[in-house]
Design a protein around this ligand. Structure first.
Ligand SMILES: *[C@@H]1O[C@H](CO)[C@@H](O)[C@H](O)[C@H]1NC(C)=O
Ligand SMILES: *[C@@H]1O[C@H](CO)[C@@H](O)[C@H](O)[C@H]1NC(C)=O
Ligand SMILES: *[C@@H]1O[C@H](CO)[C@@H](O)[C@H](O)[C@H]1NC(C)=O
Length: 189
């Protein structure tokens, strides 16, 4: 009897807390349809080129934190760069701009050149104009094809998942400027 009463009290308090949470607007359940999530997902493949221009007066990638001198290695450990890189249809910087890559990358390995990349690919083409794909991932410089997860996005890319394959198209060892081909496979509604 006593246990039953306790259980009832417990359940009652549980229900009361739940109702209270909804009352304050903190959390509640919604019908997926109201967010357009009843539609079938589309798997899209985007391909464009990412221009990391760090040299010259028109640099779009700017180092904001220098490598930590203490580590004195060739891995640039600790360096952080902020970017507003052009995304173009073709490999030439002069080809059509389809978006910009706003983000940061940091050199995060003491033993090899590895980047933590955090990027918002803000697209400007057609129905994708104003929508962004968000990528957070690990980029090991010496690897032929890097894989970076698509962790979500905005606009068309709300609830998006997928991954990007990044492949160096061009690298100038003198200036450090690079062009990377991005193939992005993304599920979205
Ligand atoms: C920077 O951009 C301006 C305007 O587009 C251009 O005239 C100039 O040649 C560019 N400079 C470099 C170093 O690319
Ligand atoms: C750092 O590296 C340079 C070039 O490899 C070398 O000349 C220098 O002695 C190194 N400094 C330290 C503190 O290890
Ligand atoms: C994208 O949208 C912006 C803001 O609405 C507009 O100014 C711009 O012209 C559009 N770009 C393209 C390529 O349609």
């Amino acid at each position: 009897m006593a246990t039953q009463l306790l259980l009832t009290l417990f359940l009652l308090s549980f229900t009361l807390t739940t109702i209270k949470a909804e009352d304050t607007g903190f959390v509640g359940t919604v019908d997926p349809k109201s967010l357009g999530l009843n539609k079938k997902q589309t798997l899209s493949h985007f391909r464009f080129y990412w221009h990391d221009i760090i040299s010259g007066s028109n640099a779009t990638a700017v180092q904001i934190i220098e490598p930590l001198p203490k580590y004195n290695t060739t891995t640039s450990f600790g360096s952080v760069t902020v970017t507003d890189n052009a995304l173009t249809l073709g490999p030439e910087l002069s080809s059509k701009v389809v978006g910009r890559s706003e983000g940061i990358y940091a050199l995060t390995s003491q033993s090899q050149v590895t980047l933590l990349m955090v990027m918002n690919f803000a697209l400007s083409e057609g129905k994708y104009n104003g929508s962004a794909i968000t990528i957070v991932g690990r980029n090991v410089a010496y690897e032929e094809a890097k894989e970076l997860p698509v962790i979500g996005g905005s606009g068309v890319f709300k609830f998006a998942t997928g991954y990007a394959k990044a492949k160096t198209y061009y690298f100038d060892p003198k200036t450090g400027d690079a062009t990377t081909e991005y193939n992005i496979y993304v599920f979205h509604y």
